[in-house]
Design a protein around this ligand. Sequence first.
Ligand code: UD1
Length: 399
Amino acid sequence: MAPEAGSGPFVSNGAKLCRCLHCPTRRTNEVQIHVQGSHSSNSAETERVMKIVSVVGARPQFIKAAAVSRELRRYHREVLLHTGQHYDFEMSGTFFAGLGLPVPDVNLGAGGGSHATQTGVMLEGIEKVLLAERPDWLLIYGDTNSTLAGALAASKLSVPVVHIEAGLRSFNRRMPEEINRIVADHLSDLLLCPSDTAAKNLAAEGITRGVHVVGDVMLDVLNWANERLVSQPSKILETLGLNKQRYILATVHRQENTDNHHHLAQILNAFNSLDEAVIFAVHPRTRKVIDRESLKVNHGTRLIDPLGYLDMMALASSARLILTDSGGLQKEAYWLGVPCITMRPETEWIETVYAGWNILVGPDSIAIVEAVHNFRPSTPRQPLYGSGFAASKCVALLD
Ligand code: UD1
């Protein structure tokens, strides 16, 4: 029987496993046996139940965790730590219920405040959990402040870090996400990339050890959602009174498009001048700026609250077009076969642009309107970002 994971030093085959947080042998792939102050390996112990602290905090991380957590818990013990970065029900709770994610074991309540305040509160909280839980790995996703805090807290304690969605780069360091990604990747021990481009980006920064291309766990979740939508169809089109292919779905939340309210005004001006209905699922950050700056929204643009994942995928798959600055939605548009206009000057998901299904326009109303009228992908879609089995590859690499 496998020993209980993460419960401190325990007896196994007559030897004690070393779980000291600073033990250098913890960074190898084999279980290390710490006997009377010495370290040696025992291959009979290589298949063991491990304890993994997974850090989530923002909407896209709940979605990714839905795929990985399910797989992880088949073999290992997971402590799910929610930093509280996103806290509104529409941004957090709905994903736990809708995606069957387990209730977090810890919630740090670190939402709101400046980047520094938020990250500081998370760092302190994550460190406490790591000291109490003594995990074998800390698992982080993506590029948010929660990702950064997890990577920093764990690496200072010599807890190995696994980064899912490693290696993405926009090459724009004005984006907080780009800073988070770079730091997280440089502190990670196992870097699980969605694409060859991501692995090449890491190599260009000198990171080659522990790098694996596994595909994108978001495709696993989308496949799961598509199956679920067959047995339990979403009523979102009915609720909103929409017909398939007769509307555009929009989201905007990036700091560069919201904190600079002139950019947001450009985007809204574009929506306002379209003769097609725009369904705009509004992120709380964006809602605050629209209200504070009294930005004009005309009757063709419908502001709705953020949606749960299944409703969002149902709405996305029936849209004629997607207008977004989200990373996740650019890929989902591609997988669903919906043309995407990205309102940013660059993208980390460059393969979708090369494939001809995504176009970059930046927050410029004339360019957005022009693209809405003229962008018509014609090339057949090839598989991108793996085949929908990324989560099991990620978990297998933890052994
Ligand atoms: C964060 C991530 C971004 C990710 C996005 C997905 C960072 C730096 N950015 O951006 O990579 O793509 O999440 O949504 O981590 N707020 C609420 N209610 C909520 C959540 C947030 O009112 O449930 C408010 C916050 O208090 C803050 C603003 O929205 O005023 C922005 O939230 P923040 O956590 O900074 O990041 P996001 O813009 O959501």
